[in-house]
Design a protein around this ligand. Structure first.
Ligand code: GLY
Length: 347
């Protein structure tokens, strides 16, 4: 097992390794005294893993209630959010109780946001069961639900008390979910770790190693800029255009697929602007190795309209993450008219 300690406004540990779920109760009880625990999951993950987590929690003295909602991005909305809050209230969770998010990115974001709002904030635990959630969304405290206008538009920064990533849970992921996770891992390589990027072209990588590198990178960035006023924006590489593509596809593309397409778009833009060199030609083979798409049919105007409704716009400007080379990115602020021009000249 590898442990990465995060020293944000809440200090917590991210444990990554095999066989952690049966020990969830004892690991959680080291940071939260036994209390009532609400396991929030979805209808795909709960039948696979909720029983193991429940039994482990009960063995360590927690009393457990469970709620599972229909899996998928379509559930990540205010209505599911309200249903979970009502469930927490009817289960009589108090301020000293905990929410346990068991699942992928949608579950983690949703359950985390419920924990952030219920009784003005109770503690929560992240148990990511996808590669994407393990390498990115379960760490750093971003929680949210989608609004009709766009992804993650209502949310809060709320750090977990502990993150337990059991790599055995990846055995039940399908090929597309695995690829989706690798899109975010590739992102970390482009942002700041050429060695990680290179490693991804080999076949014999150990997922625990790769995840500890990603989580350590994220930890360093979150510790510098927890609320995303600066450096944390680097983690949005490929996301500004990717979110637009994801929404335009009506979520038929997975988040990782959309981020892959967004990374290719921004790499090409960066090269055309004279900032980036040699990115696209190194990126495309890695995307293909992980069965990730590289393009999508969307117009510059459509991207502009969706992207400017996203929370990444600050007043009348937008910050783009431009790759300079593999392992190095810069933040560049553009007025919305400059952004529109960049898109129409490059998409
Ligand atoms: N997923 C990007 C972030 O946590 O900042």
């Amino acid at each position: 097992m590898t442990t990465v300690d995060v020293n944000a406004s809440t200090k917590y540990s991210v444990h990554i390794g095999k066989g952690l779920l049966p020990h969830a109760g004892e690991m959680i009880s080291k940071v939260v005294s036994p209390c009532k625990a609400a396991i929030i999951s979805d209808d795909k993950v709960a039948p696979l893993y909720a029983k193991t987590v429940r039994e482990s929690l009960e063995k360590s003295g927690f009393s457990v209630v469970e709620y599972a909602f229909p899996n998928g991005e379509a559930s990540k909305n205010i209505s599911t959010f309200a249903q979970i809050l009502e469930f927490l209230a009817s289960s009589k969770l108090s301020r000293t109780d905990i929410v346990v998010a068991l699942g992928g990115g949608v579950v983690g974001d949703m359950a985390g946001f419920c924990a952030a709002c219920y009784l003005r904030g109770i503690r929560f635990v992240q148990i990511p069961t996808t590669i994407l959630a393990a390498c990115d969304s379960s760490v750093g405290g971003k929680t949210a639900v989608d609004l009709a206008a766009g992804k993650n538009l209502a949310g809060a920064f709320h750090q977990p008390s502990i993150v337990l990533c059991d790599t055995d849970t990846f055995k039940t992921l399908d090929k597309r979910q695995i690829s989706c996770g690798y899109a975010e891992i590739i992102k970390y390589g482009i942002i700041c770790d050429e060695k990680l990027f290179e490693k991804l072209s080999y076949d014999d990588n150990d997922i625990e190693d790769i995840l500890s590198v990603c989580v350590s990178i994220k930890r360093d960035i979150v510790e510098r800029d927890e609320k995303e006023s600066g450096d944390r924006k680097l983690l949005n590489l490929g996301h500004t255009l990717g979110h637009a593509v994801e929404k335009h596809s009506n979520f038929s593309l997975t988040h990782g697929e959309a981020v892959a397409i967004g990374m290719v778009m921004i790499a090409k833009i960066s090269e055309k602007l004279g900032v980036g060199q040699n990115i696209t030609q190194r990126l495309l083979p890695i995307l293909s190795k992980y069965s990730l798409p590289e393009s999508y049919d969307i117009s510059a105007g459509e991207i502009f309209d969706i992207a400017t409704g996203d929370k990444k716009v600050d007043g009348s400007s937008i910050t783009l993450v431009l790759p300079e080379e593999i392992g190095k990115c810069r933040l560049a602020k553009y007025s919305l008219s400059e952004f529109s021009k960049i898109l129409s000249e490059n998409i």
